[in-house]
Design a protein around this ligand. Structure first.
Ligand SMILES: Cc1cc2nc3c(=O)[nH]c(=O)nc-3n(C[C@H](O)[C@H](O)[C@H](O)COP(=O)(O)OP(=O)(O)OC[C@H]3O[C@@H](n4cnc5c(N)ncnc54)[C@H](O)[C@@H]3O)c2cc1C
Length: 327
């Protein structure tokens, strides 16, 4: 059987591994200690935060088909949030999400989707593919300690674009296409409270501020956790302050969230901040996945299409179809 190494156990890597598992011998390497990538959940008992992707929509038929069994089994739930729009501190609109344009979340946490997909796959957690070399007909992979991770017919990277560019050797025919995918940063502020939150919204889009999003994480469906608020910076603010002192970033985002929400949030019992260096990117033109049959190297992930959960699946499906034709 053809041996395929996949770098990354986010949605793209796991969906790809799932769809090829009958036709190939797949090993997924993930540098983090858990699966999910940017569909991430952080625990700080009794609080829980989806500090990466907040929700996802399903506008394409293949993604709707992929989601159907997950919705059926309760791993994905519709989030009918009370949604608000803010321009600065002024709330300019308020409505409730519903079935006309469904918004979904993993339940009881965002990374439940990845955990479900991971079952039965050969996944090596806490294992960074650090370098790659050609050995006869095979790609030999090495971890950060210089230990061999084995030899494979194919190597597929699903890491964010800059990490894929660093990982895939220069002979990969689509190197320049990866370089064209410029990913933006984002900070996530996580606030845990002892009592209920006083807002008339569960999720809010914010314009005209250094934060772009606030959501009451504990109000998402399927959660039974203490009250929690998740705040995202704008990409522009994060890009400009990416190397700033951690405490200064936290203090500024806390102050912005307090100003916009109209409540002093510094009383939170738990305050933490996370830096996403490669959070998302705008829509891109071009192929939904990159494959080079000559070198047997390939790449897929949201960054081929757009910084969205649905795009990660679209890209994985495109690569899976291309690879199946070659296996
Ligand atoms: C702050 C934030 C907010 C977002 N909000 C939304 C939203 O509301 N709605 C939406 O649809 N999308 C949102 N997104 C985007 C969404 O999370 C992504 O589009 C999607 O999760 C990408 O999946 P992926 O599998 O392509 O990549 P990832 O999830 O990034 O998976 C790639 C994996 O590769 C691993 N990796 C990298 N290098 C190596 C290596 N050398 N060896 C081994 N493993 C490696 C990484 O650790 C990671 O787990 C958001 C993202 C962020 C960060």
């Amino acid at each position: 059987m053809t041996k395929i190494a996949i770098a990354g156990a986010g949605l793209a890597g796991l969906a790809l591994a799932h769809s090829l598992r009958e036709q190939a011998d797949i090993t997924v390497f993930e540098k983090a200690r858990g699966v999910g990538g940017r569909m991430a959940t952080r625990y700080a008992d009794p609080w829980q935060f989806d500090h990466g992707a907040q929700f996802f929509t399903a506008l394409t038929e293949p993604f709707q088909r992929f989601l159907a069994p997950l919705i059926e089994s309760g791993i994905v739930m519709r989030w009918d949030a009370r949604f608000a729009e803010f321009i600065g501190a002024e709330q300019t609109a308020h409505w409730q999400w519903d079935s006309t344009r469904p918004h979904y979340v993993g339940a009881p946490k965002m990374n439940a989707v990845a955990k479900h997909l991971a079952a039965g796959l050969d996944i090596r957690l806490a294992t960074l593919i650090d370098s790659v070399s050609r050995n006869g007909d095979y790609w030999t992979l090495t971890d950060g300690d210089g230990e061999s991770l084995g030899a494979f017919d194919w190597l597929v990277s699903t890491a964010p674009a800059p990490q894929s560019a660093a990982l895939l050797p220069p002979e990969f025919a689509h190197h320049s296409a990866i370089a064209g995918a410029e990913m933006r940063a984002c900070f996530a502020l996580m606030l845990g409270f002892d009592g209920p939150l006083p807002f008339d919204w569960d999720a809010a889009h914010v314009g005209g501020a250094d934060i772009s999003w606030m959501s009451v994480n504990s109000a998402k469906p399927g959660r039974d956790t203490a009250p929690s608020l998740l705040v995202h910076s704008t990409n522009a603010w994060a890009d400009a302050h990416i190397e700033d002192d951690h405490d200064a970033v936290q203090a500024h985002l806390l102050s912005e969230a307090s100003r916009i929400s109209g409540h002093d949030l510094s009383s939170a019992a738990h305050i933490a901040v996370h830096r996403w260096l490669y959070a998302n990117l705008p829509k891109r033109e071009g192929p939904a996945a990159l494959i080079d049959p000559d070198t047997q190297l390939a790449a897929c992930g949201d960054w081929c299409v757009q910084g969205r959960v649905e795009a990660a699946l679209t890209s994985a499906i495109a690569l899976s179809e291309n690879l199946k034709a070659l296996l």
